[in-house]
Design a protein around this ligand. Structure first.
Ligand SMILES: Nc1nc2c(ncn2[C@@H]2O[C@H](COP(=O)(O)OP(=O)(O)O)[C@@H](O)[C@H]2O)c(=O)[nH]1
Ligand SMILES: [Mg+2]
Length: 362
């Protein structure tokens, strides 16, 4: 067989040539081989994905970080059984490289200290927003260099999982205010924390009340309707939107159930299995983050949230570069950066989505 027409070896980034076609049929150009090229590239470079967990203290954020890493898809070695989760006192990130069928995923989960413990919770969102904007700023500073790295390390938060306390009532004013600010800066997926404390009926009623609150307060959580690209997206994302906020349970210990080792919470009346859809919706959260929407979360982060940040930062800088790699960007208050009022969207060059997205003042 002609060597040029052989399918590409996994190590090669060359496409396969079109197959021989009968003379009466037009020979294919071989466009489908572009997929092979993309796959080969992805195998070489891998993916980076950054998640952040946010919410009041005691809602199970740190436990969820461990649950994510210990669950089937991302199984890795984190604290062994019996090691209690310490209280999170400062923002910190855990990174693991997960490899599956030769494909590498560098997954970073940033744990945050709980808020809302103080009598005065004024501006308790500032450290979180400050961190998110700091990552945009880092990326921007690398991107604007004249001589820049071929691959800019991406520490931007692609998804923020927001833990809603299982009060069974509705969103608290603090959650509303926090979520309104977060959604303008980052993709937010709200979850009902410690869902094992609610009955099935209470969960459903709570979920629909939260959905109403989100709508009435214009909190646009992920997946945002306006970014659905086609009918298929709309169908899939509508189903997800109906289930958000997912009712999750976190656990970092394994138990033996009918001869199977399961991740769960042991109670006097049985084991709550985190990966069992009859018990909680943790699998929906994990699937959304990894299986179905990882690339979309990254795209929206880059094309919308980061783009907004970039446009505003570059606009506010009146100085022009003074030589190779030198750009003077005025200092910015990163924490309050996204808390400003909405302004009219300006034309954007980067992506059609960005034209639909309101720009925010920093
Ligand atoms: N009932 C229940 N308890 C949980 C759940 N997730 C975590 N916990 C427990 O809640 C306590 C606080 O958890 P932690 O992860 O430190 O909360 P954080 O302050 O939000 O980071 C610990 O004792 C956990 O074992 C859950 O889904 N259900
Ligand atoms: Mg914690």
């Amino acid at each position: 067989m002609d060597a040029l027409r052989a399918s590409p070896s996994p190590g090669s980034s060359r496409p396969s040539s079109p197959r021989m076609a009968p003379c009466e049929m037009p020979a294919p150009v071989g466009i489908e081989a572009v997929l092979d090229q993309l796959k080969i590239k992805a195998m070489k470079t891998g993916f980076e994905f950054n998640v952040m967990v946010v919410g009041q203290s005691g809602l199970g954020k740190s436990t969820m970080v461990n649950t994510l890493f210990k669950s089937k898809v991302w199984k890795s070695t984190l604290p062994g059984p019996g090691v209690p989760t310490p209280q999170t006192l400062q923002l910190h990130s855990v990174t693991h490289i997960i490899e599956e069928k030769g494909l590498k995923l560098k997954l970073t989960v940033t744990d945050t200290p709980g808020f809302g413990d103080q009598i005065n919770n004024d501006k308790c969102w500032e450290p979180i927003l400050g961190y998110i904007n700091e990552q945009y700023e880092r990326y921007l500073q690398e991107e604007i260099l004249i001589t820049r790295q071929r691959h800019i390390p991406d520490t931007r938060v692609h998804c923020c999982v927001y833990f809603v306390p299982p009060t069974g009532h509705c969103l608290r004013p603090l959650d509303i205010e926090f979520l309104q600010r977060l959604c303008r800066t980052v993709n937010v997926v709200p979850v009902i924390a410690r869902a094992d404390s609610l009955t099935i009926e209470e969960r459903e009623a709570f979920r629909s009340r939260i959905q109403k609150d989100l709508k009435s307060h214009c909190i646009d959580v992920y997946p945002q309707k306006r970014f659905d690209e086609d009918a298929n997206d709309r169908i899939l994302n509508s189903k997800i939107r109906e289930r958000i906020p997912f009712a999750v349970v976190g656990a970092d210990q394994e138990h033996l159930v009918n001869g199977r080792c399961v991740l769960g919470r042991k109670t006097n009346w049985g084991i709550i299995e985190v990966e069992n859809m009859a018990h909680c919706e943790f699998p929906l959260l994990r699937d959304l983050l990894i299986r179905s929407h990882l690339q979309d979360l990254k795209d929206i982060t880059h094309n919308i949230h980061y783009e907004n940040y970039r446009v505003v930062r570059l606009n506010e800088s009146h100085q022009l570069p003074r030589g190779p790699g030198w750009v003077n960007l005025a200092p910015v208050n990163l924490a309050s950066a996204s808390a400003g009022p909405l302004t009219t969207p300006g034309p954007s060059k980067a992506h059609k989505w960005a034209q639909e997205e309101p720009k925010y003042e920093f």
